[in-house]
Design a protein around this ligand. Structure first.
Ligand code: ADP
Ligand code: MG
Length: 391
């Protein structure tokens, strides 16, 4: 669904549910990280892109403001959350309402009064697939508050409120990438984000001859969060041995010199992170120059490093990348890699736009042959960040 179709749909749902026209429509996108994996907690760079999948809300002031209640009707699950905004918002049920509660609480902390609202919402970001449906929901909520109060805030501040909501209300200790791209994304651009300084740079990607394919393996292996904590500890150990605050401060040459001081495992973890930070900066440069074969090579190298040095891939993700390599440049694939934390979730591939259909067909078939599973594939161009569509 295009954003326009999505918007029409949620307006129709609002009208059906509340019996009147909505006054505001807001949306915020999910994201895919094109390159720069497991670099964020090492003070490195990431290069995400907002995708054409959105959380979207239609809303109006509640008819009776004295109720101090925000009603949020989830049009997909046909469930309504009611949140008391008359006092400081706390955690509650249903579970998904916490992503919104956290953002309400964050705005209240800034001294904002949240009006009583009637809201209808839906999302086309797949849930729990590593495309950040959670950040989309949070940033969409923040944008709704901006629309309803008539006060725009700095998009960085909005992203930080959303991140705090995810930490405190969803219990997920995420970095800043997901909320930053959902809040600051711009159509036709990727976002190069320095996780140390929070400096952002929009990287234009307007070549109509290329697109990104997102391939959901539809698996999620359970070891994810435990392994994530281990990787963080291993990176900290490497930094300690190297005598630096974070692996961002280390060059590949410095790592080679210190190799004998650390275990092979810690060395490989550090080699991934240090190499990946370099690849991310170079890939951004390649994108600026529309040098797609080079960008593709960095993506393949990123995958190999995540698979062999960082040990966070899995056979399904590897299968997708192998299929991409088999299709190859001639078949329209420049590069492909796992994206997200690993152990399942999605791959992202850089492809020729006119080969999307053929590549999708081959990938679906071959993935099924190799794994017995069904993948879900869609393409996206770099989408806009959070927007007030009406209001
Ligand atoms: P990801 O952000 O990668 O999609 P998360 O586990 O961080 O995965 O977030 C997924 C959770 O976000 C869901 O389990 C649900 O609680 C919540 N969520 C996101 N979008 C929706 C939605 N449209 N309806 C209900 N819950 C949603
Ligand atoms: Mg998430």
């Amino acid at each position: 669904m295009t954003l326009k179709e999505l918007s029409d749909h949620v307006v129709a749902e609002f009208k059906k549910h509340y019996g009147r026209e909505p006054r505001w429509i807001v949306a915020a996108p999910g994201r895919v990280n094109v390159i720069g994996e497991h670099t964020d907690y090492n003070d490195g760079f990431v290069l995400p892109m907002a995708i054409e999948r959105y959380a979207i809300m239609a809303a109006d002031l509640a008819l009776f403001q004295s109720t101090n209640t925000v009603s949020i009707y989830d049009t997909q699950f046909k469930e309504t959350a009611t949140i008391d905004v008359g006092e400081h918002v706390t955690k509650g049920s249903p579970k998904w309402s916490n992503y919104m509660r956290g953002v309400f609480a964050g705005f209240q902390r800034r001294g904002e009064k949240i009006p009583a609202l009637d809201v209808a919402f839906m999302s086309t970001v797949p849930l729990g697939g590593g495309l950040s449906s959670s950040a989309a929901l949070e940033v969409c909520t923040g944008t709704l508050i901006e629309a309803a109060t008539g006060k725009r805030i700095d998009p960085i501040e909005k992203a930080l409120i959303a991140q705090t909501a995810e930490h405190e209300f969803a219990g997920v200790p995420c970095g800043i990438m997901d909320q930053f791209i959902s809040s600051l994304g711009r159509e036709g651009h990727l976002l190069l984000l320095d996780c140390r300084t929070r400096k952002t740079e929009l990287v234009p990607m307007n070549d109509p001859a290329v697109a990104l394919l997102i391939v959901n393996t539809n698996v999620k292996h359970e070891l994810g969060s435990g392994e994530y904590a281990k990787r963080r500890a291993e990176c900290e150990e490497a930094a300690k041995i190297l005598g630096v605050a974070s692996l961002r401060d280390v060059t590949p040459e410095q790592l080679e010199k210190a190799k004998s001081k650390m275990s092979d495992l810690v060395y490989r973890r550090a080699r991934h992170v240090i190499g990946e930070i370099e690849r991310t900066v170079h890939a951004a440069e390649g994108i600026r120059q529309s040098n797609w074969p080079t960008v593709g090579q960095f993506m393949y190298a990123s995958h190999a490093s995540l698979r062999d040095d960082y040990d966070v891939s899995c056979k399904e993700l590897d299968a997708v990348v192998e299929i991409a390599e088999d299709i190859g440049f001639k078949g329209g694939v420049y590069g492909c890699r796992m994206t997200g934390g690993g152990f399942g979730g999605c791959c992202v591939a850089l492809v020729k736009a006119d080969a999307i259909e053929a590549i999708t067909k081959t990938m679906l078939e071959e993935y099924n042959v190799k794994t017995g599973l069904e993948a879900i594939i869609f393409s996206s161009r770099p989408a806009a960040g959070a927007t007030i569509i009406k209001g």
